[in-house]
Write a protein that binds this ligand. Structure first.
Ligand code: ADP
Ligand code: MG
Length: 679
């Protein structure tokens, strides 16, 4: 029987109560316990001389007990025992509370290792309640586990030790020997033993490397399988391509990159066995909307319905208006479906979607996914996909008659990461901006130049343009609302008294925000003062300046997205970054913004500086939980991809018996995400 089938209660010393504590930590079986990797380690092999102890650091010292314990009570009535220990370089005081046996545990004259937080005030070194063990010459790195109330580290250590003894003589390593040899990875038994109880720091490194690579490999292969999974066949094939006809509706020419993306989509829809499952990724302003519009048009002319989903109402409305304009001389019937429509209007739209009276519906995700029925929906477009996880995509595809899926994203995700996050999608990249766009001039200024910058903004507005100002971020103790309003009031009073100003902040209701955005896009508001809630994707080509206060507090990718709100026409546009920060790191980051407009380069810099959290925030990316690896680990991600390619070739798509263990791991990982489409 596999160790995953063996309940944790079967280990000695673990009764029902304690098992429940393990369960809380997500550990139910012995197999899971072996995968319950330490949170961190104490390196007891790295001995610090007492004379070298730095105040307020965690250290391990090797020292002999050098005086008898002195005990007493503190003012609050706690039992306190103190002694001194010494090595060749100095003396350290040890203090223990509420431990009446400590003088029997630490024998006067004997040498121990002590591990813990130490303080050093003017040469007086002390440690409060360090853990200790006899100095028997063994160097060791000790595991520290995540715990929960009632469960201490020692209990976990004991359980893991038992579990390790249960590892069968011959264990089925998911990475077969040929793979381990080729990519210099250690065996599973060695890895599991050393991730818990490392023989040395080097052994720990080896073990970790192997487990990280295995996890990323399983993820990579799993996503590839998800992409190639047995989907229902292409139910919505088309016969004719109408993209040329569509171009005739536009008053500009499509860029080469737009044409290529459209051709990729049409080819998927016409020829692919399983239908389209494609991501179109293009930097802000690269013109993704008309790409989607063109594909919709071809579908509609072939007799199908399409749904276009936007993340917010205001974006849905904007897309609806531009599609209405594009299709004005055709018989394509478009409709808008958002929460703020009157109920009767919603009912009418739903009715017509059901009976086929509408060809293209544009709306928010929720409205379209909920209970809207279609006559013959064959294409779903989703805009700004990073709000839309892998699992949701899978669910959507199982809806109705297996519609084709076109996902659009402006989030420049570094390549290595993109391959993972979008591993289940084919990708087209729009790597070319429409002609005539002028580079946005990005300037970095100190707040001493703010007044001049405001004067410049005023001039731009006088010329008929519009502008954004992104507020200083909220100080602690001040609400978003108060700071945005105060800041805007100050601007209106002192600089923009004769100019219509709108405010956007986080505390506003969605409908209020939409109202402000609408007034801005209709040019009724000239200057928009906002906290960071400016919608990604909003298109107001007349806006030519953006000023961002406290620019150093934003991630580069965020700044790039914000900046993308200007420079959307052939007018020269400007982005002014205001920052008084003088640290090298932030100055360098902001200068990157001034010198490059390539979203992918910026994203790579950001990933290095800030890690992957920034790309997703708290948003769900829908991937299985990673136990030991990180998506920021681009080096090992790259390696895993290489290994994945090798495995696919070497294993005849995982059919080779040698790779049975690996295949089982992939299936297990994806079962945990609840994605049963993987088989
Ligand atoms: P994004 O990729 O950020 O979603 P949009 O689709 O909103 O970009 O396009 C930005 C602007 O560029 C829109 O006003 C759109 O009409 C315009 N546009 C798109 N493609 C072209 C093109 N090939 N030539 C000129 N303008 C274009
Ligand atoms: Mg867009």
């Amino acid at each position: 029987m596999s160790l995953y089938g063996m309940k944790i209660e079967e280990l000695s010393g673990i009764g029902k109560k304690r098992a429940e504590l393990f369960n809380k930590l997500g550990v139910f079986s012995v197999g899971e316990l072996l995968n319950f990797y330490p949170r961190t380690y104490e390196d007891w092999s790295d001995i610090t001389d007492i004379a070298d102890v730095v105040d307020d650091t965690t250290v391990c010292i090797r020292a002999a007990v050098h005086s008898a314990f002195q005990s007493g009570f503190t003012k609050s009535g706690k039992y306190i025992a103190k002694t001194y220990v010494a090595d060749e370089t100095g003396v350290c005081q040890l203090i223990y509370f509420n431990n009446r046996y400590i003088d029997r545990m630490l024998v006067n004259g004997a040498t121990y290792k002590f591990f813990g937080k130490a303080s050093n005030t003017f040469g007086n070194v002390s440690m409060i309640a360090p853990t200790f063990s006899p100095d028997d010459g063994s160097s060791e790195v000790r595991p520290i586990y995540n715990l929960t109330a009632g469960l201490n580290n020692n209990m976990v250590v004991k359980a893991v030790k038992q579990a390790l003894l249960l590892l069968p003589e011959k264990i089925n390593d998911p990475l077969p020997e040929n793979l381990r040899d080729r990519f210099k990875l250690c065996g599973l038994r060695y890895a599991i033993n050393n991730i818990h109880f490392p023989e040395s720091p080097e052994a720990l490194e080896k073990a970790r490397k192997r487990l990280v690579v295995e996890e990323l490999l399983v993820l990579t292969l799993g996503l590839q399988r998800l992409k190639n999974r047995k989907r229902s066949e292409n139910m919505n094939k088309i016969a004719d391509d109408y993209s040329l006809e569509f171009e005739g509706f536009l008053d500009f020419d499509m860029t080469g990159a737009q044409k290529r993306s459209i051709a990729d989509c049409i080819s998927d829809i016409m020829n692919s066995e399983y239908g389209m499952n494609r991501l179109v990724q293009g930097d802000v302003g690269s013109g993704k909307t008309v790409v989607a519009g063109s594909v919709c048009y071809t579908m509609i002319k072939n007799g199908f319905q399409c749904a276009f989903m936007a993340p917010t109402e205001i974006l849905a409305e904007q897309h609806y208006n531009s599609f209405k304009e594009i299709f004005k001389n055709t018989n394509v019937k478009t409709a808008l479906l958002t929460g703020s429509l009157k109920q009767s209007e919603k009912n009418r739209v739903r009715e017509e979607l059901k009976n086929g009276g509408i060809d293209l519906v544009i709306g928010t995700h929720a409205l379209i996914t909920d209970d809207t029925e279609f006559d013959n929906l064959a294409l779903v477009v989703t805009d700004e996909q990073h709000r839309f996880g892998v699992a949701q995509r899978a669910r959507l595809l199982s809806k109705g008659n297996s519609p084709h899926l076109l996902v659009m994203s402006a989030t420049p995700i570094p390549r290595t990461l993109g391959l993972i996050i979008f591993g289940d999608l084919d990708i087209s990249i729009i790597d070319e901006l429409p002609p005539g766009r002028r580079e946005i001039d990005t300037l970095l200024i100190g707040s001493d130049k703010r007044v001049r910058a405001l004067g410049f903004i005023k001039d731009e507005i006088k010329k008929g343009h519009q502008a954004y100002i992104v507020c200083p971020l909220v100080e602690e103790g001040m609400s978003d609302l108060a700071s945005a309003e105060e800041y805007a009031a100050e601007l209106m009073l002192n600089y923009f008294s004769d100019i219509p100003v709108g405010i956007l902040h986080g505390k506003m209701k969605a409908s209020e925000k939409e109202e402000v955005m609408r007034n801005f896009s209709e040019n009724k508001i000239k200057l928009l003062v906002a906290t960071t809630v400016i919608e990604v994707g909003i298109d107001v080509p007349n806006a030519t300046v953006m000023m961002i206060e406290n620019a150093e507090r934003f991630g580069l990718s965020q700044l790039h997205q914000l900046r993308g709100r200007v420079g959307r026409s052939s007018e020269k546009s400007y982005c002014i970054l205001v920052s008084d920060s003088t640290t090298d790191n932030s100055t360098e980051r902001l200068k990157t913004m001034c010198t490059t407009s390539d979203g992918f380069k910026i994203a790579d810099a950001d990933l290095k500086l800030r890690g992957p959290g920034d790309f997703f925030g708290s948003r769900q990316h829908g991937l299985p939980e990673l136990k030991i690896s990180s998506l920021a680990d681009t080096h090992n991600l790259e390696l895993s991809r290489k290994i994945a390619d090798f495995v696919i070739r070497d294993s005849n798509n995982l059919l080779d018996d040698r790779y049975r263990g690996l295949k089982a791991e992939i299936e297990r990982l994806f079962r945990e995400t609840g994605d049963s489409t993987l088989n």
